[in-house]
Design a protein around this ligand. Structure first.
Ligand code: PRP
Length: 209
């Protein structure tokens, strides 16, 4: 038997989908579906141990080796640049990073004020356009910023577009597409190479099925 793989999954809807995918790839652990508040689950054969963590923390667990692998959104990888290997695009949790604002509202002549939870992504995007901007870092409810005049635009995730619509905002331009990625700790990739290669092979198979 190979070594147990420690897997960090994002708590919530994405994590549930990823767990189903892991199950169909042969890494089932029925106890995960039992509900309750437990955070760690080990599969009966000892192949995998799952932990559920805050989605934005997955990359930290993997980077520091508390987990061998994990699933994190491309948004988190672009924003925090953790030192991990990105092994596979799972095609789950698809959404878009966009510049959004009040459609048709003229921008002031000064520096564009951009409110966002993703300061690095926003800075890199505008640097690529050769434009210097004033980044206003917020932690949530970003859509309020242009409505209250705190910013001209926002850089944020758009999934269904419902949040924008219900607040009278629209997409002004797309920054990049986002989806969930399987990431691995760099040391684990060396020492658990067989187990990780097998995991990727089986996940690819499950995604194609
Ligand atoms: C994200 C994002 C938008 C919303 C987009 O927020 O920041 O607010 O989802 O989804 P939609 O296009 O389907 O409406 P999240 O729910 O992660 O909460 P947050 O306000 O804490 O960022």
């Amino acid at each position: 038997m190979g070594e147990t793989l420690n897997v960090a999954l994002p708590k919530g809807r994405l994590g549930d989908k990823v767990y189903k995918l892991m199950e169909s790839a042969g890494y089932g652990c029925p106890e995960v579906l039992s509900g309750g508040r437990k955070l760690i689950f080990e599969s009966p054969e000892g192949t995998v141990r799952y932990f559920f963590v805050k989605p934005s923390d997955v990359a930290i667990y993997v980077e520091r080796g508390a987990a061998d692998v994990g699933v994190a959104g491309k948004d988190i990888l672009l924003e925090y640049c953790p030192e991990v290997y990105e092994l596979l695009d799972l095609g789950l949790g698809k959404c878009r990073m966009c510049v959004c604002g009040v459609p048709g509202r003229p921008m002031g002549a000064g520096k564009l004020r951009v409110a966002t939870k993703f300061s690095k992504i926003a800075r890199d995007y505008y640097a690529g356009l050769g434009r210097s901007v004033d980044i206003i870092h917020l932690n949530g409810s970003i859509e309020l910023a242009p409505i209250l005049g705190l910013s001209d635009v926002i850089v944020d995730i758009v999934e269904t577009g419902a949040t924008l619509r219900e607040n009278g905002l629209g997409v002004l331009s797309e920054v990049c597409p986002i989806s969930a990625r399987l990431i691995a700790n760099k040391v684990s990739y060396k020492f658990k190479y067989e187990e990780l290669t097998e995991l990727v092979r089986r996940l690819r198979g499950a995604l194609e099925a």
